[in-house]
Design a protein. Structure first.
Length: 147
């Protein structure tokens, strides 16, 4: 299957989000608080400030949602579907806001998928303005058109 550049960028953006989520998980996975969390320490108030901080850095963070979003975006790109522009812009604004609050950190990795998704959207818009035929937006539509 010959993918359009915008769909290639979308697939790469999706997999980069999954990679960021996995790296974040590996970086924060090994600490002594899992047992406390799994036995109800967060519910009972036994958890200290550091334990609560680690909770919000891993299972309570955006990491699971980022992985799921990355899989969704990569799948959409592979099928030839367009990801709405607001996904790239929203992710980018969130990343920049977090960087403004915390400074240089792992959030910098989030710039890549944001830029790839925004660039894919701009490429699609440019192609439409240039008079290119409207791109097919899904694999099903492509199969129907070739019949």
């Amino acid at each position: 299957m010959n993918q359009k550049p915008s769909h290639r960028s979308t697939v790469i953006a999706g997999w980069s989000m999954v990679a960021i989520a996995v790296l974040h998980t590996l970086a924060h996975m090994f600490h002594p608080y899992w047992r406390q969390w799994l036995t109800g320490g967060l519910w009972t108030g036994e958890a200290g400030l550091e334990s609560i901080s680690f909770f919000w850095a891993l299972p309570g963070s955006f990491v699971v949602v980022l992985a799921v979003l990355g899989l969704l975006v990569a799948g959409m790109g592979r099928r030839g579907d367009d990801v709405p522009a607001y996904v790239g812009w929203g992710l980018g604004l969130w990343v920049l806001g977090c960087l403004a609050l915390i400074g240089p950190s792992g959030f910098m990795f989030g710039i890549l998928p944001s830029i790839l998704l925004i660039a894919a959207d701009l490429r699609r818009r440019s192609a439409r303005r240039a008079g290119s035929p409207m791109p097919v937006t899904s694999g099903e539509d492509q199969a129907t058109q070739t019949r």
